[in-house]
Ligand binder design. Structure first.
Ligand SMILES: Nc1ncnc2c1ncn2[C@@H]1O[C@H](COP(=O)(O)OP(=O)(O)OP(=O)(O)O)[C@@H](O)[C@H]1O
Ligand SMILES: [Mg+2]
Length: 467
């Protein structure tokens, strides 16, 4: 007996046509070619199918008894879907063809269809879409430099954990202080998974006003609430087939926590104001810098949601717990900063390195990255030495995490600290160009120089390079 080989379909295609014989013929031909095919005899049925799953390609007739294929394409685009669609018609008007093309239809085929031509169009389209997705995945990989730098024992273990988490499909909970690399790890897990070619959607639960979180997560129908003029797909739908990164999940309001829990249990959502249930195939990776177990005890986080999220826990250590990685990371960020700031040939001396390695980095890897960038911009010569580092760290350690006020510190000192960090950030932001910085801050250039001198900020490089 010949063993039956079941392959993954080459793509899911939705065919919309009111002629039963065309539906049957196309379904047969496309299935033979290894595609998975769904057929719809009318616009309504097609719309229903579109809410149930994502398709790699749509093949739409124009004139149907219950509507118009071009109008359907328009609604799909309004909902934010960029599914490739090929139109086909027996008596296409130029107007319909122009509208369809404007809406991004891939092609407009005349009936009777040539199967060979149709297959070619489909194959080329899907190949293009895949190539684009791969290029995008690569871009996020390189652009965001998703390489995790570090050779300490914890980092080596972390890489193994990421590889394991990539193979699994279970929910991941990443915990760690600010700036320890939670987002980078979330991206690495996505890229290590089978979902790497699909979307990685990110939602920051702390940054969205609580009344908008539900629509952001689940989408909404037109008219669901004031301001909802169009139907909109939410993060869960957009991440379909891919990964949803729920950042700062510890800051999610309790009412939303209940809704998130339900989705994680049922794996289906309803858009706000909608009545349809939509199945979603999404892998959730959540992150927080809060102690969720403590939050559960204080009734700020639902223990049942915590259990659902904490299937694969990943705890990132603070940088001070793996100091041996500081020189590697410093070199890594130095290479980036010298390139972006056009200062080739800069190095950190041994003294500079040990000053860095001895510092506590309350802001973790992000702070180290910022310190190196500041050093590259503000150090006048090519060697970053111990005194450069100490000066830079002296001002970098300053901004306390909660507000500017600190008990017992005189007002004058607090204001000076704030001024110093504003000027430093502004100068760094403008690559050390003092004129641009002065303009951006609405200050006279001479006044800016005076301020810098008074606050002990260096402007040597800036003065010589500026004019
Ligand atoms: N191991 C690492 N190797 C290289 N770069 C890293 C590493 N860890 C973190 N970074 C970099 O440090 C910065 C902060 O990382 P990230 O945004 O992932 O931290 P986070 O934990 O999400 O911070 P927050 O809690 O503030 O959101 C980013 O620029 C990231 O690329
Ligand atoms: Mg983050």
């Amino acid at each position: 007996m010949v063993p039956q080989v079941v392959d993954m379909p080459r793509g899911h295609i939705l065919v919309l046509d009111d002629e039963p014989s065309i539906l049957t013929t196309l379904q047969k031909a496309l299935t033979l070619e290894g595609y998975a095919v769904d057929v719809a005899g009318g616009v309504k049925i097609a719309e229903e199918k579109l809410t149930k799953r994502t398709y790699d390609l749509g093949l739409f007739d124009v004139a149907l008894p219950d509507g118009d294929g071009v109008d359907l394409l328009k609604r799909i685009r309004t909902a934010g879907t960029d599914m490739p669609v090929v139109m086909m018609s027996g008596h296409a008007t130029v107007d319909a063809a122009v509208r369809a093309t404007r809406l991004g239809a891939i092609d407009f085929l005349e009936k009777p269809l040539s199967t060979d031509r149709l297959l070619l169009v489909i194959e080329n389209t899907l190949r293009l879409v895949r190539a684009e997705a791969e290029a995008n995945a690569l871009k996020t990989q390189t652009g965001q430099s998703s390489d995790l730098v570090g050779e300490s024992r914890v980092m080596i273990e972390l890489r193994e954990q990421i590889a394991r988490a990539g193979k699994a499909n279970a929910t991941v909970l990443i915990t760690g202080e600010r700036g320890t690399g939670k987002e980078l790890v979330a991206r690495a897990i996505h890229l290590a998974s089978k979902r790497a070619r699909s979307a990685l959607e990110k939602m920051n639960c702390a940054a969205i006003p609580s009344e908008l979180i539900e629509s952001e997560m689940f989408g909404h129908e037109a008219g669901a609430f004031t301001g909802a003029t169009k139907q909109r797909r939410g993060k869960f739908e957009r991440a379909s087939g891919g990964t949803l990164f729920l950042d700062e999940v510890g800051d999610m309001p309790l009412s939303m926590q209940a809704k998130l829990l339900r989705v994680l249990q049922e794996r289906e959502i309803e858009r706000v104001g909608g009545h349809e249930t939509i199945k979603v195939d999404v892998r959730v990776v959540a992150a927080t810098n809060r102690d969720l177990e403590a939050a559960c005890k204080e009734d700020k986080f639902r223990p049942d949601l915590f259990d659902r999220l904490n299937v694969l826990p990943l705890a990132l250590p603070p940088l001070r717990a793996r100091r041996e990685d500081i020189p590697l990371l410093a070199k890594h960020f130095l290479a980036i900063a010298t390139k972006t700031n056009d200062r080739p040939g800069m190095t950190i001396t041994e003294g500079g390195m040990s000053a860095l390695a001895g510092y506590s980095f309350p802001g973790n890897v992000r702070e180290l990255r910022n310190v190196i960038e500041r050093l590259v911009i503000l150090t006048p010569d090519d060697k970053v030495d111990e005194s450069d580092v100490k000066r830079c760290l002296g001002t970098s350690a300053a901004p306390p995490p909660t507000g500017l006020f600190r008990e017992g510190v005189p007002f004058r000192v607090l204001v000076e600290e704030a001024e110093r960090s504003i000027l430093e950030q502004a100068i760094t932001h403008h690559n050390g160009q003092m004129s641009a910085t002065a303009r951006a801050l609405g200050l006279e250039r001479s006044h800016l120089y005076k301020k810098c001198r008074a606050l002990g900020l260096r402007q040597d490089k800036a003065e010589s390079d500026d004019d």
